[in-house]
Design a binder for this molecule. Structure first.
Ligand SMILES: [Mg+2]
Length: 218
């Protein structure tokens, strides 16, 4: 028996989980998105962040949920403009790919980003074959429901036909892990800073350190 031997389904967050925050890629993504939103909403760049925070406060989940519920923008246009990114900032790590391949059980992506972004990032990381289309639960597939809303977790669990107790969630975001724990999931925090909260079972410096441990022990 090991700490992961009960896990039959692995739910991976995408951004800042499968690649390191130090790549600067998610910061770059925020900037491009904020530019796209400022243009579409006809507001100043400085106003975008407070606007998104207010949406999250009102609707919960990620900004995508609020943008959808408020019918604030042309979502297809935003996805097109806000995800034109410099993928050259990311690179494939052969060890991560082989460690993921060694991991037993179902492997899924659960992300608050849209499908086209998930596909582009996974392709750049050399992970398209590890995570096929059917294994990607993105914000569009979930009808703009998003983490950490309870309903988004319920939808994913129903689709993959798993109980929370049989899943492990691998994430950089603490609110998402807190919700995962409320479903009985094993919670794995990567790229975190500071003390590990009670609802986090295991913390790792990065995804590869976790994968080496999990592949060895599961
Ligand atoms: Mg993340």
């Amino acid at each position: 028996m090991s700490k992961f031997s009960h896990v039959t389904a692995w739910l991976f967050d995408l951004d800042d989980t499968l690649y390191a925050p130090e790549t600067g890629f998610s910061k770059h993504m925020s900037k491009v998105q904020h530019q796209a939103l400022a243009g579409q909403l006809n507001i100043d760049m400085k106003q975008v962040k407070p606007y998104l925070l207010a949406l999250v406060e009102k609707h919960g989940g990620a900004p995508f949920t609020g943008l959808f519920k408020e019918n604030a923008i042309d979502m297809d246009l935003f996805i097109e403009e806000g995800f034109k990114l410099d993928h050259g900032m990311l690179s494939e790590c052969a060890e991560t790919v082989s460690s993921l391949n060694k991991l037993h059980g179902g492997k899924f992506i659960f992300t608050n980003s849209p499908k086209v972004h998930a596909e582009n990032v996974l392709k750049t990381l050399g992970l398209s074959e590890v995570f096929d289309i059917q294994s990607i639960f993105d914000v569009t597939r979930l009808d703009y429901d998003s983490k950490p809303l309870k309903s988004s977790f319920e939808k994913v669990l129903i689709e993959i036909g798993a109980s929370g107790e049989s899943c492990a969630m691998i994430e950089d975001s603490l609110p998402n892990l807190k919700m995962a724990k409320s479903f009985g999931m094993t919670t794995v925090w990567v790229h975190g800073e500071g003390d590990k909260p009670d609802y986090v079972d295991y913390a790792y410096t990065d995804i590869l350190t976790f994968l080496k441990d999990a592949a060895k022990l599961s």
